[in-house]
Ligand binder design. Structure first.
Ligand SMILES: Cc1ncc(C[n+]2csc(CCOP(=O)(O)OP(=O)(O)O)c2C)c(N)n1
Ligand SMILES: [Mg+2]
Length: 569
């Protein structure tokens, strides 16, 4: 029997998709049957990972795509399973990660007219007006599969959108009757459905950018996600070295520049102070950044000349967005940086050495200040800086770090000091709960890696740890979690005080943001997936706990969760 549901995983396999992260329901009998038949008859289909929670499923696909560069498929149940994807939808969109989401939909016949016709009460309840509309604001493409006869073409077309820049999530839905439809096999040449080729800088733009950077007093690159392509980091280093350009990361989602490089000038998040490098710069190249600065807090000088290169310079998904650039280009960062490096190779460049020396001095001063901040902590808590310094001491060449540190984002970037492109990731979005699933995805993408998830205590709860740790054990994807437990949500408190520094809230005993006493976070993971569970409240206990946890993850192939009490929010 060859049905639309035989063809669906066949198309995924043709497109190079290795995983389906699945949460099944009454819409999926055809697909469950087709996968069982494929396994029984030896037909190749993607591996299925059962995900007890949809948000976790999509977060796994998110982390997997970030580390592997490849999309996975997420299969969910009709409109309610689609809703349960929750904020992971926002993260996949904002983070620009390719992923194909498929949901069934309620049968559209009720008298047995077609195979798959309604036979359960829920088929009336789950029939809604606009299932695709639930996600439309976040998708690169959405469509309904109306016949099994072109289902493979629709899967390949959807993936073409997902994998073409700006990459992102796509959504297909297929009603029960269509997914049951017997069809003739269709031959597809996957080479005809590959993503759009990367966009290059127009020749005219090259000279303007290169000459301005080369002639500047204080040239600066600002970036957030150039490092989504590790090869682009190598090109950025070459360009900055050739011209003597400093680098500032703003809200970095990837390792965009080696932290130990003398041209690296730091990273900025929500710190409510003007960044001095940004104020000083006279020529700025903003390349791949959604938030290069926050104008009410930190901004370039009035007369700074700004160039803007981005895969999505209009920020088409953001209703309010602008920067005062002298010129702006839609281009792939890797391609554009290669072009700029070729152009610069034939150029006369002035006092590069003097600029390099100046930036190196700034870099050194910053490094010294950071080292001075790595104090241990108090009686009953460990300072975040010290937590990250201890982790830095045990990071090796295979370590991948997923960061959902929230009020510790800055601390993590500052003190982890990752040099290796493709070794540190954040979601790129703002919906909490990404880190647990993303860690599983990272481990699936690179099984030989040691994966470490860093998260706030609130974010840990958002991540649905019961689901995450069941999956991690069931599918052999052990990783280490370190929770920055400040007993609640510090960030909403900081947000309030930033707007109302002297208001009632500033004097209130409670702002309803504390979890005190907190749950036994590590114990949740132990119960759900047999994780090693450790709570650390004294600085001297941290290094031994880390060593034990890494041994557990690497040798016993078991998850470990270290709940570290950092100072109270
Ligand atoms: C899904 C979701 N719900 C709510 C928020 C709003 N929010 C932003 S930060 C934050 C607190 C996070 O707590 P935690 O992870 O402990 O980090 P902390 O601020 O304490 O460092 C909340 C609730 C959000 N971003 N996403
Ligand atoms: Mg917290």
């Amino acid at each position: 029997m060859y049905t639309a549901s035989t063809a669906f995983p066949e198309a995924l396999t043709e497109a190079g998709i290795d995983y389906i992260f699945a949460n099944w329901g009454s819409d999926h009998p055809a697909l469950v049957e087709a996968l069982a038949e494929a396994r029984a008859t030896g037909r190749r289909v993607p591996a299925v990972i059962t995900c007890p929670n949809e948000m976790v499923a999509l977060s796994i696909a998110h982390g997997y795509a970030q580390v592997s560069g490849r999309p996975a498929a997420v299969v969910v149940h009709v409109e309610c399973g689609t809703q349960a994807l929750a904020g992971a939808v926002h993260n996949a969109d904002k983070g620009r990660v390719p992923v194909l989401i498929f949901a069934g939909s309620s049968p559209y016949t009720q008298e047995g007219e077609l195979k798959g016709s309604r036979n359960e009460f829920i088929h009336w309840i789950q029939d809604v007006h606009d299932q695709r509309g639930i996600l439309r604001g976040y998708m690169r493409y959405d469509n309904e599969i109306r016949t099994g006869r072109n289902i493979k073409q629709l899967v390949h077309r959807a993936l073409q959108f997902a994998c073409s820049d700006p990459k992102g999530p796509v959504y297909l839905m297929g009603p029960r009757e269509v997914m049951e439809e017997a069809v003739d096999p269709v031959a597809i040449d996957p080479a005809a459905w590959t993503p759009i080729e990367p966009t290059s800088l127009p020749e005219a733009g090259l000279a303007g950018i290169a000459v301005a950077l080369a002639g500047a007093r204080f040239p600066l690159v600002v970036t957030s996600f150039v490092g989504r392509q590790p090869a682009a980091v190598v090109e950025l280093v070459a360009l900055c070295e050739a011209l003597g350009v400093g680098v500032l990361e703003s809200v970095p989602n990837y390792v965009n520049f080696p932290a130990s490089h003398p041209l690296y000038l730091g990273n900025q998040w929500n710190l409510p102070v003007q960044n001095s490098a940004l104020a000083e710069a006279d020529v700025i190249l903003v390349i791949d950044s959604d938030v290069p600065w926050i104008p009410t807090v930190s901004r370039p000088a009035e007369n700074a000349v700004i160039f803007h290169i981005d895969i999505d310079p209009l920020k088409q998904q953001m209703p309010l967005w602008y920067i005062a650039a002298a010129a702006r280009f839609r281009a792939d960062a890797l391609t554009a940086l290669r072009q700029l490096n070729r152009f610069v190779a034939g150029m006369e460049v002035g006092d590069v050495a003097a600029r390099r020396t100046r930036f190196a001095a700034l870099h050194e001063a910053r490094a010294a200040a950071l080292a001075g901040a790595e104090a241990l902590g108090g009686e009953d808590s460990v300072r975040g800086e010290y937590v990250v310094a201890c982790l830095r001491a045990v990071v090796d060449e295979t370590t991948l770090v997923i960061s959902e540190g929230i009020s510790h984002y800055h601390t993590i970037c500052d003190h982890l000091q990752m040099d290796r492109p493709g070794s540190l990731f954040t979601s790129g979005g703002g919906s909490l709960g990404y880190s647990g699933g993303a860690a599983i995805g990272a481990k699936l993408a690179r099984p030989e890696a040691t994966v470490v998830a860093l998260c706030g205590d609130g974010s840990y709860m958002f991540s649905v740890p019961s689901s995450v740790h069941w999956i991690a054990r069931a599918y052999g994807t052990p990783f280490l979690t370190i929770i920055f437990n400040n007993r609640g949500w510090k960030s909403p408190k900081l947000s309030t005080l930033a707007v109302h520094p002297d208001g009632f809230a500033s004097r209130a005993n409670t702002l309803d943001v504390s979890f005190d006493p907190p749950p036994d976070y590590a114990g949740i993971a132990a119960a759900a997936g047999g994780a090693l569970a450790v709570t650390v409240r004294k600085p001297e206990d941290l290094a031994p706990a880390l060593a034990d946890a890494l041994r557990t993850v690497r040798e016993d192939k078991r998850c470990a969760v270290i709940d570290v009490w950092v100072p109270h929010l």
